[in-house]
Design a protein around this ligand. Structure first.
Ligand code: SAM
Length: 217
């Protein structure tokens, strides 16, 4: 199977065709081999236009949704990014291609382990994965992470409201994107922190698995 061709088609017809133009992001989507992150025999559909099961009742998001959320964050090469909901690790790899460092939190131990394994195999050295409840943000593991803040935060599971812990870990001038709403339908919300104020923008309907934890469901 020609996966390179499938990835190029995915970028042309699912991503660029829907208005995403950031070349660094498009290059990352052309490069990262999505089929490697999909367990079992589903890799035949790895570049199709929708979410797919990754086990434990969880999903890898539709490629366009990954692109749209990352486009909203306007990630720069030196940025430090927090991701809540590592899942398969696919989106983590895309972020690692366009940012300086990625800190990622996954609630389900087996998913965190599998993601760590594949991302190590692929040679990413700018990714830290933590297993735990990401609704409270990154739990410091070292002295120099005690007051850590992030240039951008992406939440890949649906929250009932914006978790306070994540707002605290968002840098001044930073952006946070998350699906926010009920357990079954949500709006994609982009939050900016400017001069201590929280500015919210709504980007319309979406459907994600629930964010489960202290400041989630
Ligand atoms: N972006 C991922 C990928 O590329 O595969 C897909 C993420 S999936 C839609 C959402 C993930 O959020 C699931 O793996 C789920 O276990 C995780 N999750 C749910 N609640 C969480 C929490 N409180 N902290 C961390 N991860 C959580």
């Amino acid at each position: 199977m020609d996966y390179t061709k499938q990835r190029n088609n995915m970028v042309e017809h699912q991503i660029k065709a829907r208005g995403i133009t950031d070349e660094r992001l498009l290059d990352a989507l052309r490069k990262v081999e999505r089929h490697l992150f999909i367990p079992g025999h589903s890799d035949h559909f790895a570049y199709s236009d929708g979410p797919m099961c990754i086990g434990e009742g969880q999903t890898i998001s539709q490629p366009y949704i990954v692109a749209l959320m990352l486009d909203m964050l306007k990630i720069k090469p030196e940025d430090i990014v927090l991701e809540i909901g590592t899942g398969s690790g696919y989106q983590t790899a895309i972020i690692a291609e366009i940012a300086g460092e990625v800190y990622s939190v996954e609630r389900i131990p087996s998913l965190a382990r599998n993601a760590r394994k594949i991302l190590d195999t692929l040679g990413y050295s700018n990714i830290k994965i933590q297993q735990g409840d990401g609704t409270i943000g990154w739990k410091p593991e070292k002295e120099n992470e005690k007051d850590i803040t992030f240039d951008a935060i992406i939440v890949s599971a649906a929250a009932p409201s914006i978790p306070e812990g994540l707002l605290t870990q968002l840098k001044e001038g930073g952006r946070l994107v998350l699906p926010c709403g009920s357990r079954f339908v949500q709006d994609l919300v982009c939050v900016r922190k400017e001069n201590g104020n929280i500015i919210k923008e709504n980007f319309g309907g979406c459907q994600f698995v629930p964010l489960i934890g202290e400041q989630g469901w």
